[in-house]
Ligand binder design. Structure first.
Ligand SMILES: Nc1nc2c(c(=O)[nH]1)N[C@H]1C(S)=C(S)[C@@H](COP(=O)(O)O)O[C@H]1N2
Ligand SMILES: [Mo]
Length: 369
């Protein structure tokens, strides 16, 4: 018999492993570890926790080589945070974009525990000119797709953070996810957690932390996971960083039959980058009346916000449901896809179509898993 390690997850790719969370099955504020999406560019390295070392190198007064025991001896910090793959929702782009065709489930919210990155940096004493912190994973491989790498052959997965973000309370070196040791697929023994940023910054299987005095121009920084910024006229490359504001409806699902004249619970999750969610508005009946959904507790700095709204369809037939989030910095979701984002950051409003039927005719119950 074939072993099923991740029941309920959608397999986007078997090797390297890429699994999507069934967003329609969202129920708890924290997504259980066995349902949490997996996004890996190379096969997961199998690291031995007692032999593993984290090197701190580059522009520091004291280069370090830390064991897991050293990291566990540092003050422990915990933070709930939503991680969204920058490619989440790519399937909605028109025309279709290259890359894994994620629907709405390359996102999840978890409780992460570990050491603060800034405590490790402080022990190494960064130089005055330190500008960025490069995080390097132990995984490596050859990049496909015909894109040019600087030198052919295997490369590691590496991304940088500005020194200010690396030294903030939002950057953890996590060894636990939802109270359990990290699994191999989620980065055992140690991964970065970068509250407010897209998943590509959350380096798994950490091997090295390198302090640099100039902007890092690695493959995953500027040949992938970037967008075009036109604010100064001529477009310039901008590495992806903060997540865009977004709300997604988990239920009812697209195509659901619902009961006419009976309350239907619209339920989903909303998140943003550095600013908390301020409002999720819903548009039902296809008219222009937006109503505010109820934002459910808890509210944390970097966790997502569940929302709900009870809506009673008064007319039989098709209805399209839209949701639109706004954060406290005033960012809100656009109505259409953005041209400057390559195949990333899909946060425009995608309606959910439902069909209201007299109760006797509703033969398909709400879709579960
Ligand atoms: N070393 C390493 N870290 C990585 C990746 C990777 O391929 N290798 N993928 C990144 C991307 S694109 C995302 S979205 C998240 C996914 O983390 P998860 O698999 O725990 O959900 O990890 C990030 N960290
Ligand atoms: Mo990602």
């Amino acid at each position: 018999m074939r072993r099923v390690d991740h029941p309920g997850l959608i397999v986007r790719q078997k090797s390297p492993l890429n699994l999507e969370f069934q967003f329609s099955s969202l129920s708890e504020w924290l997504v259980p570890n066995e349902q949490f999406y997996v996004r890996s560019h190379f096969p997961a390295p199998r690291l031995n926790g007692s032999e593993w070392r984290l090197r701190v190198t580059g522009a520091v007064a004291r280069p370090l080589s830390l064991s897991m025991t050293d990291l566990l001896a540092l003050p422990r910090a915990s933070m709930s945070a939503v991680m969204e793959c920058a490619g989440n929702g790519r399937v909605f782009y028109e025309p279709a974009r290259e890359g894994l065709q994620w629907q709405s489930g390359a996102v999840g919210n978890a409780e992460w525990s570990g050491a603060l990155l800034r405590d490790v940096l402080a022990a190494a004493r960064p130089a005055d000119g330190a500008a960025e912190v490069v995080l390097v994973g132990a995984d490596h491989g050859v990049v496909d797709g015909g894109k040019k790498t600087a030198s052919p052959g295997p490369i590691a997965f590496a991304r940088s953070l500005p020194i200010a973000k690396a030294q903030s309370a939002a950057s953890l070196l996590a060894y636990e996810m939802n109270g359990e040791p990290l699994s191999v697929d989620h980065g055992f023994p140690l991964r970065a957690v970068v509250g407010g940023w897209y998943g590509m910054a959350w380096i798994k299987w950490l091997a090295e932390i390198r302090v640099v005095e100039r902007p890092f121009l690695g493959y995953w920084q500027v040949r992938d996971y970037f967008r075009w910024d036109r604010r100064l006229g001529e477009p310039v490359l901008e590495p992806l960083a903060e997540m865009e504001v977004k709300a997604q409806i988990a239920r009812p699902v697209n195509g659901a039959n619902i009961r006419l004249g009976e309350p239907c619970r619209i339920f989903g999750a909303a998140w943003s980058g550095e600013a908390p969610i301020d409002e999720v508005a819903l548009c039902v009946e296809g008219d222009d009346a937006w109503v505010a959904a109820t934002l459910l507790p808890p509210e944390t700095a970097y966790g997502w916000r569940l929302f709900e709204y009870h809506w009673t369809p008064r007319r039989a037939g098709r209805h399209s449901l839209c949701c639109r989030a706004r954060d406290r910095a005033g960012n809100h979701q656009p109505l259409t896809q953005q041209a400057d984002r390559e195949s990333y950051g899909a946060n425009w409003i995608v309606p959910v179509e439902v069909n209201a039927l007299p109760p006797a005719e509703v033969y398909v119950e709400e879709f579960v898993i």
